[in-house]
Design a protein around this ligand. Structure first.
Ligand code: FES
Length: 172
């Protein structure tokens, strides 16, 4: 018989449906995605109907319902990145790790997500890997960036830092 663990961390939100979004954000930050089990626990501890929780979670694009890889690769397709070759960058990503938007590699190392503006248009075209921004990319340099993460093995996101990061060597 399955036993369920409760920590009642959501109890303080009972009756506060308006607090659902930060709750869901917190759950996703901890797990990387929103599992059914986690959503059921929020329902049980807050009293908010499960259908309402799903309604909110599915309304916002920021929420995911499947696990992501160790490295979440956000490929910007905002206007500045689009005109600077975002499609070519996505092709470079696919060439290097074999996946496109919304997909996760079989080894669960990478998940690719197509996003709108990442807020650093002057570096276009841009990707983010985890919390690290890589800009001024080319189809060649984006492959080098991803290779660096793949070769880093089991650590946290390689090439950590801010700014252009690894492989941001301009318009080669
Ligand atoms: S459009 Fe890509 S960072 Fe702004």
């Amino acid at each position: 018989m399955a036993t369920r663990k409760y920590d009642f961390k959501y109890m303080q939100y009972r009756g506060q449906e308006g607090r659902l979004i930060p709750l869901l954000q917190q759950a996703q930050a901890e797990d990387g995605f929103l599992s059914r089990e986690r959503l059921e626990r929020i329902h049980e501890e807050t009293g908010v109907p499960l259908t309402q929780i799903y309604g909110v979670a599915t309304f916002y694009a920021q929420f995911r319902f499947t696990p992501v890889g160790k490295h979440l690769v956000k490929v910007c397709h905002g206007t500045a990145c689009h005109v600077s070759g975002a499609e070519d960058i996505s092709e470079g990503v696919r060439d290097e790790i074999g996946i496109g938007n919304g997909e996760t590699t079989a080894d669960r190392q990478f998940t690719v997500e197509k996003v709108s503006c990442l807020g650093c248009c002057s570096l276009a075209p841009v990707i983010m890997v985890g919390e690290t921004t890589h800009g001024n990319l080319t189809p060649v340099s984006v492959r080098k960036v991803l290779k660096g993460y793949a070769e880093a093995g089991t650590g946290t996101d390689a090439g950590s830092g801010t700014g252009t990061g690894a492989g941001g060597e301009g318009d080669a």
